[in-house]
Design a protein around this ligand. Sequence first.
Ligand SMILES: [Zn+2]
Length: 352
Amino acid sequence: MTQTQRIGTTRQARQVSRRGFLATTGGLIGAAAFGPTALARATTATRLGAGTYFPWVQVGKGIHAAIDLSSGGNVMVATGTSAAVMVDTKFPAFAAALKREAESFGSTVTHVINTHHHADHTGGNGVLKGEVDVLMAHNKAASRIEGQLARYVGAARGGPRQIDPERDSFETVLEEAQVAVEQSEGWTAKDFVPDALITSEREELTVDNIDLVLYHFGPAHTDNDVIVHAVEANVLHTGDLCFNGLHPFFDSTAGVTCRGWSDVLGEVIELCDNDTVVVPGHGDITDRDGLKTQQQYMDQLWEHVAAEVAKGTAKADVEAMSWSFMDGLGFEQIRSRAIGVVYDEVTAAADG
Ligand SMILES: [Zn+2]
């Protein structure tokens, strides 16, 4: 397909996409969610027909994503001729629905990849283990996942209350969430742990006719971040390396590093061209510019906090601050946590 043909097709897709979103998601993903820059690049996004619980969009050839703030991290599915690969599993209550809806694109989900250990990306592992052939994550995610059983069980028990009665397929998804509650009584930590571990910076994974490249560029959001690149479709799932339009979550227990996060984003930006579609961990579909914006957040956060540390400003006072690059972002409740964690990182760097 030539570049010209592709642009012609995607312009049409963009118009369908925008109308489709506004008509079917009831403001769940509002008009403002797709800024002009993201729209200009992530133009292959097309809302699928009504009937699914999740607002699935097609983000590339054979690639779909469930872009949904309310149910955990964004999920991506790559569908081949006879198998499909799912990236991330949200919370336990949603996993059966995710698999069922993902398989409506044509193939059975055989492989699951976790972008990192956080429970909003791995909570469905316990439901899917045994249902899929392979569960993959980074080497360093395994012990962290194994330590989260209580969190998974708690999330499963609270699951039925999380199912949105306003959405399509509500009753089916509610039943599936209730099954997860029953299953949770028998779960052990091992039920969530991946059985295939990613140990190098770059690994190729071929499943059926799906070619993926998995990257781990070192500590950033956690010590076990994995980026999934669907090369032919030119789509990247970045996991929580990107919070699009949102304050990023800083987890000091998981090896987060602001400097590392910026560096790793630099590596991920290098994987992109003008047409790359980026599925972020949270927030709407974006592109290379969205990754640059996230990198600028990290760089400016570091600069501002370092300036305050140099002046001797107390941590609590810095945590209460906000700067213009933070204006208008969602997840305001985790803003001061980000500042506090970076304060500690700046202080440690100065001491070291
Ligand atoms: Zn996370």
